[in-house]
Ligand binder design. Structure first.
Ligand SMILES: C[S@@+](CC[C@H](N)C(=O)[O-])C[C@H]1O[C@@H](n2cnc3c(N)ncnc32)[C@H](O)[C@@H]1O
Length: 273
């Protein structure tokens, strides 16, 4: 499946985020704050604590100019702007997600600090040396040319700027069938290893490179996420149909199985320009 198609048919959308808030508050009347969305607008593992950790690794403070690459609905970007007071550019390829991210940002009044830009992480439509920090979460699995993304992150950072990101990594050899399913079902084009990413970061010009193994942490989180998707069954069927719900359930179960058997895991990577 192509990555744009995958996110056009994903259970999490701007409409679903607002529907969840409406259900919880009994309506959408009254001002909406960024905090009201945080339980629903983060499409990565480990929730807000994971964004906090990346922010610390990237040295993000109130004056930082931050780039979030592959920003989804801009949930992490709004969290950083709201909690740390920084300015964030949220770069996203998928038109629906970029529009949804901009809409949610306007609704919570953060548009002066979070700018959503539609674009491709391998060829950033952004000037060089503009950012103090660059982050990304659970997205590079979708990008074939990961080296290009890292080179682009290096180009747009100021000297001394920090990159911090998380991504899936392969922990042992996957069979051809498993790789094909990950590609066709989850738009996971290629997967790096921890050492592979270390080498790519060095080649892109980063120094002080660190790679942390998140496999044990993600194993716990992934099971909960499958439970969450199952709990969203009724709204996913209403929005995308029974067939897509079944398909998503099947693909996610397969994916969780790979994580549980230790074939897939996660990594957190940092480096300085
Ligand atoms: C799992 S979501 C993560 C979203 C966000 N980082 C978060 O944590 O909420 C991955 C996102 O990467 C985006 N993406 C994939 N390939 C991309 C590319 N080449 N350039 C920009 N965005 C991309 C997808 O459209 C999707 O929104």
């Amino acid at each position: 499946m192509d990555v744009v198609d995958f996110y056009d048919h994903h259970p999490i959308s701007a409409g679903q985020v607002l529907a969840a808030v409406r259900r919880r508050r009994g309506g959408l009347d009254g001002p909406l704050r960024a905090e009201d969305l945080f339980d629903h607008d983060q499409d990565h593992y480990g929730g807000l604590a994971a964004v906090e950790t990346l922010a610390r690794r990237a040295g993000i403070g109130p004056r930082s100019r931050v780039l979030d690459v592959c920003a989804g609905l801009a949930g992490p970007a709004r969290f950083l702007a709201a909690r740390r007071g920084c300015r964030v550019v949220a770069l996203e390829l998928n038109a629906g997600r970029a529009a949804g991210g901009a809409r949610l940002t306007r609704l919570v009044g953060l548009e002066s600090r979070v700018r959503v830009v539609r674009g491709d992480a391998t060829a950033l439509p952004l000037a060089s040396g503009r950012f103090d920090a660059c982050i990304s979460q659970e997205a590079l699995l979708h990008v074939h040319d990961k080296a290009a993304v890292l080179r682009e992150a290096h180009r747009v950072l100021v000297p001394g700027g920090r990159l911090a990101f998380t991504d899936w990594v392969a922990r042992s050899r996957l069979s051809d069938g498993e790789r094909r399913r990950l590609r066709e079902w989850m738009a996971a084009t290629t997967l790096q290893t921890l050492d592979g990413y270390r080498a790519l970061l060095g080649r892109a010009g980063f120094h002080a490179v660190e790679a942390e193994d998140l496999a044990a942490e993600w194993r716990r989180i992934l099971g909960d996420r499958l439970t969450m998707y199952r709990a969203m069954r009724a709204e996913t069927v209403a929005r995308l149909g029974e067939a897509r719900y079944q398909e998503y359930e099947q693909l996610y179960t397969f994916f969780v199985g790979l994580v549980e058997t230790g074939k897939l895991g996660g990594g957190r990577f940092t480096g300085s320009r």
